[in-house]
Design a binder for this molecule. Structure first.
Ligand code: SAH
Length: 249
C-alpha cells in the first residue's frame, strides 16, 4: 500500500499518541537522570571503601555496565525513583535485589573479562545477571524459586540479553554443563562455600559470596582457585543477604 492511499489518522488520536510519546520521553529522561545519580553514589561509596576494593578501585567497565542496565525493568513496580535509590528492593517471595553499591562491589571482585564464562547462583530478578551479561561472554544463572526464575528469564529475554541463560534449580550443585567458570557470584548467604562450586571454578578463577549465618550479617568473601586442589580466601566486608536455601527445605 502506498502512503497516498492510507487514510489520515483522526486528529484526537494523533494528539493522544503525541502525548503518550512525550510522557514516555519524559519518563526515560527521568530514568537516565536517576541512573546517573546512582552511578555517582556508587563512585562515592567506592572512594570510602578503598580497602574492600583494593588498589584498582571500581573499574570504569563495571560502572559502564551498571549505567547501561535498566535496573527499574527488573523491579516489580518498574519505577525509576524506587529502582535507582540507594537501597535494596523487594522483588516478592521474601527476596530482594541488593543495594547498587553491593552489586557493583561483587561484580568488581569477580574481575570479569570479556571472554569469561560466569555462573551466578541466586538469579532473583535477573539484574545482577544482566550486569554480568554486559561484561562476560556467557552467563549462566540458577534460581531455586520457580516464579522468580520464570520472571527473570522473561525480563532477560525481552531485553535481548542473549548471552544469559536462566535455569531453575538448587545452585548448591552448580551447573557443570555450562562451566568450567572463570568467575562465580553467589547472591544468597550460606555458612560455607559449596564444594561443587569450587570444583567448577577454573584455576585462576574467583568466587564471590556472602559467607555466614542467615538473618544476620555475613562476610563478603572472595575465594581464588590457585591450583587444582588449592584456594585462597579473603573476607572483604560485612553484608546482609537473604538465605541460601536447599531444595529439600
Ligand atoms: N541476584 C539477584 C538477587 C538475589 S536474592 C538479583 O540481582 O535480583 C537471592 C536469590 O537467591 C533469591 O532469589 C533466592 O530465591 C535465591 N536462592 C536462594 N537459595 C538458592 C539456591 N540454593 N539455588 C539457587 N538460588 C537460590
Amino acid at each position: 500500500m502506498t502512503a497516498r492511499l492510507m487514510k489520515p489518522l483522526p486528529l484526537l488520536l494523533v494528539i493522544s499518541m503525541v502525548a503518550v510519546a512525550q510522557e514516555v520521553t519524559a519518563q526515560n529522561a527521568q530514568c537516565v537522570r536517576e541512573r546517573t545519580a546512582m552511578i555517582e553514589t556508587i563512585r562515592a561509596y567506592a572512594r570510602s571503601h578503598v580497602g574492600d576494593l583494593g588498589q584498582q578501585g571500581l573499574s570504569e567497565r563495571v560502572l559502564e555496565a551498571m549505567g547501561q542496565t535498566q535496573r527499574h525493568l527488573f523491579t516489580p513496580e518498574r519505577s525509576c525513583s524506587i529502582a535507582y535509590a540507594d537501597r535494596p528492593i523487594p522483588i516478592g517471595l521474601g527476596q530482594t535485589i541488593s543495594q547498587p553499591f553491593i552489586v557493583a562491589l561483587m561484580t568488581q571482585l569477580a574481575e570479569v573479562t570479556p571472554d569469561d564464562v560466569v555462573l551466578e547462583v541466586g538469579t532473583g530478578s535477573g539484574y545482577q545477571a544482566a550486569i554480568l551479561g554486559h561484561l562476560a561472554r556467557k552467563v549462566c544463572t540458577i534460581e531455586i524459586i520457580p516464579q522468580l526464575a520464570e520472571t527473570a528469564a522473561k525480563t532477560l529475554r525481552d531485553l535481548a540479553y542473549d548471552n544469559v541463560s536462566v535455569r531453575l534449580g538448587d545452585g548448591y550443585a552448580g551447573w557443570p554443563e555450562c562451566g568450567p567458570f572463570d568467575a562465580i557470584v553467589v547472591t544468597a548467604a550460606l555458612g560455607q562455600v559449596p564444594p561443587p562450586l569450587i570444583e567448577q571454578l577454573k584455576v585462576g578463577g574467583r568466587l564471590v559470596m556472602p559467607v555466614g549465618p542467615a538473618y544476620t550479617t555475613q562476610h563478603l568473601t572472595v575465594v581464588e582457585k590457585t591450583g587444582p586442589g588449592n584456594t585462597t580466601t579473603r573476607a572483604v566486608g560485612l553484608v546482609r543477604f537473604v538465605p541460601f536455601t536447599r531444595s529439600q527445605n
